[in-house]
Ligand binder design. Structure first.
Ligand code: NAD
Ligand code: UDP
Length: 341
């Protein structure tokens, strides 16, 4: 271990082997932090940490364990000088959460409560939490700001809102505690090196991973979920954000919490929406292949349009997304190609 890494502040990253977590490890190392990963690999593999090591020149320490395991957490806090926690660990499939709500509430809500209890016992008072734009109520005005009405319509979204509430209440009871509740819009793309990206298991639920699998020939055609929305071409509009912009947002959140206590909510999006068909065309341009698609029914629970108001994050986090759609699609494709190589 170099002297610099020895002195670098240690940040526990739960779920650090996952898609957003692994990219955030890169940003943390670049910003001079020493990330320490806790992951149960339920939706990832240790290989992601090794890839981060290749990119950063040092492999973050990674502990295999579960956020619901209090003794594992106590042991981590006892052995490592953790100054802050970035909490990505969670289950994230909307459809699965409808079928198995108890698993989602246990993993996402009970797991977060256990983590907070262990942090309190260890005197660690800084937390960055992965929330989601799914906490907003359907029908809110776009661009959606942090103070818009809340009302998730599936157990996954409910689990995120519940954890936000748990954290807010914890902050009220413990005035030295500080937390960033980061509401992500639609992360996509990959590290520009092509060495790190998203590896969805099974059939992807999200648009870009599905398009990527059509491009690589794993799937025949995309089903566009409805073309009768009140949007530019009738297909759903979302705020896609490059995963490296999102990753850097976490470093800014850690910095912002240095001068704040209490719970703070920030949207992490670009403020720009693209339709499904615009995404298809952008991916076609990046990969040089045609993306076959058919138009199907609307997906239950989908809204027509969702994009972020980014003002609060810009003024308080001094952060805004800088990578455009072309870069997101190009980096995604580079990652697909490098996996096949
Ligand atoms: P991911 O599934 O790739 O990463 C989550 C990681 O957490 C995985 O490595 C998984 O193995 C780990 N994990 C799950 N439960 C755990 C547990 N009990 N103990 C330890 N590790 C556990 O997902 P992601 O896309 O990187 O998302 C990270 C976070 O951001 C999640 O909380 C997700 O809900 C949230 N989020 C994701 C999106 C998105 O579109 N990807 C959007 C909004 C919010
Ligand atoms: N979508 C689609 N076909 C798919 C997956 C998604 O048409 O196979 C659409 C979906 O209806 C939405 C957009 O793509 O309008 C983004 O969906 P995703 O699930 O990626 O994100 P979310 O809806 O959670 O914002």
């Amino acid at each position: 271990m170099t002297e610099q890494t020895h002195q670098a502040p240690c940040v526990l990253v739960t779920g650090g082997a996952g898609y957003i977590g692994s990219h955030t490890l890169v940003s943390l190392v670049e910003a001079g932090y020493r990330p320490l990963v806790l992951d149960n690999f339920s939706n990832s593999a240790r290989q992601a940490i090794e890839r981060v090591g290749v990119l950063c020149g040092e492999t973050p320490e990674c502990i295999e364990g579960d956020i619901r395991d209090r003794s594992c957490l106590d042991d981590i806090f006892q052995r490592h000088p953790v100054t802050a926690v970035i909490h990505f660990a969670g289950l994230k499939s909307v459809g699965e959460s409808v079928r198995e709500p108890l698993r989602y509430y246990d993993n996402n809500v009970a797991g977060s409560v256990t983590l907070l209890q262990a942090m309190q016992a260890a005197g660690v008072d800084t937390l960055v939490f992965s929330s989601s734009a799914t906490v907003y109520a359907p029908g809110v005005t776009m661009p959606v700001a942090e103070d818009a009405p809340l009302g998730p319509i599936n157990p996954y979204g409910q689990s995120k809102l519940m954890v936000e509430q748990v954290i807010r209440d914890h902050c009220l009871a413990h005035p030295t505690f500080r937390a960033a509740l980061l509401r992500y819009f639609n992360p996509t793309g990959a590290h520009p090196s092509g060495k790190l990206g998203e590896s969805p298991r099974g059939t992807p639920e999200n648009l870009v991973p599905y398009i990527a699998q059509v491009a690589t020939g794993v799937r025949d055609a995309l089903t566009v979920f409805g073309n009768d929305y009140d949007t530019v071409d009738g297909t759903g509009v979302r705020d896609y954000i490059h995963v490296m912009d999102l990753a850097e947002g976490h470093v800014h959140a850690l910095d912002a919490l240095r001068e704040r206590t209490g719970a703070h909510t920030w949207n992490l999006g670009t403020g720009t929406g693209y339709s499904v068909l615009e995404m298809v065309r952008a991916y076609e341009k990046a990969c040089g292949r045609e993306i076959a698609y058919t138009v199907g029914e609307r997906r239950p629970g989908d809204v027509g349009t969702c994009y972020a108001c980014t003002r609060k994050a810009a003024s308080e986090l001094h952060w805004q997304a800088s990578r455009d759609l072309e870069e997101m699609m190009r980096d995604n494709w580079r990652w697909q190609v490098s996996q096949d190589a």
